[in-house]
Design a protein. Structure first.
Length: 134
């Protein structure tokens, strides 16, 4: 009997009471970042590579971090999940205060900071855009 002429057997997980398939189980237990699971080192490395080609979508002006900026950043994070932000001028301490305020207000995680530009990530629980490695 050739392999193509053999009758197909039902999959073992199709029977009642069996464990879900491997892919389903892995998808259920894979950490995706967010408030309860911080990003792993491999996830940060992957996101740094993805955000390398992005341009800053949010830029802070002379007034720094305002309520309007926080609302726009939250909307942008909901839509894109990975966002570059250009911080306003000032010294290093001022930029760090701006970054801390943005992270606290939006619940995002810092992926990378180079000079005045930071990359932020926040998983959208309803509609995830990026598939993260384990």
């Amino acid at each position: 009997m050739t392999p193509s002429s053999r009758p197909r057997r039902p999959r073992p997980d199709a029977a009642a009471g069996r464990a879900p398939a491997r892919k389903e189980r892995a998808a259920r237990t894979t950490p995706h970042g967010g408030a309860d699971a911080p990003l792993t080192q491999s996830q940060r490395r992957y996101l740094r590579g993805v955000c390398h080609h992005l341009k800053p979508l949010v830029m802070l002006g002379n007034k720094g971090v305002t309520d309007g900026v926080v609302r726009e950043l939250a909307l942008t994070l909901d839509h894109h999940e990975l966002v570059k932000v250009k911080l306003s001028g000032g010294d290093r301490d001022e930029r760090q205060r701006q970054l801390d305020h943005l992270l606290e207000a939006t619940g995002a995680e810092l992926v990378q900071q180079i000079g005045h530009v930071v990359s932020l990530f926040r998983r959208n629980p309803e509609n995830p855009q990026l598939a993260l490695p384990r």
